[in-house]
Design a binder for this molecule. Structure first.
Ligand code: ZN
Ligand code: ZN
Length: 174
């Protein structure tokens, strides 16, 4: 989504747009969040305004994604609603003294500012580094591969350690 710099005025204006999956999914694949993908465009709502040459954007991003669980390998739905705040300064003015940590600072040049990369970055930062379908996902049985969230496969829980096998066999022999 590109916004013409001269359309950004001192009076705040609200805009809504969608960030398409064709932009989001390559960013997800190339980033640290390879186990997530977007099925639908992300919805972005923002208010923009300027103070002199500095442009300000405040808004929220709502996105529905599908994650691939690191433990049970199942797919699960994630929805995120992430606030974002950023300020853009003209490139030749250098970076502003953005001391406020809640505000991302960026630069722009030319007639337009493309907010899509900032939206994508915000989404990436909102995703967990280890995708889990739920915090207490029990994963897969190391012996039979059953999904332990669905059923208890019945494999003895201590048999994962091969050093224990000899004791089990001794018990059976007695
Ligand atoms: Zn899982
Ligand atoms: Zn099992």
């Amino acid at each position: 989504m590109k916004i013409r710099v001269r359309d950004i005025t001192e009076s705040p204006e609200e805009v809504e747009f969608e960030e398409p999956t064709s932009g989001l999914n390559p960013a997800l694949r190339n980033g640290p969040s390879q186990d997530f993908r977007c099925e639908r465009p992300a919805e972005v709502r923002l208010t923009h305004y300027r103070a002199g040459q500095d442009l300000f954007f405040d808004g929220t991003i709502d996105a529905a994604l599908e994650g691939h669980c690191a433990r049970c390998l199942g797919d699960f739905a994630v929805s995120i609603s992430a606030p974002f705040h950023f300020m853009a300064s003209p490139r030749d003015a250098g970076l502003g003294s953005g001391e406020d940590e809640d505000v991302d600072v960026t630069v722009y040049e030319g007639e337009e500012i493309d907010v899509a990369p900032l939206v994508r970055e915000r989404i990436l930062l909102s995703l967990p580094t280890t995708p889990l379908c739920r915090d207490d996902c029990r994963g897969l049985c190391s012996q039979c591969g059953a999904n332990l969230n669905d059923d208890n496969c019945g494999c003895p829980s201590d048999s994962g350690d091969p050093r224990m096998a000899i004791f089990r066999n001794l018990r059976v022999d007695r």
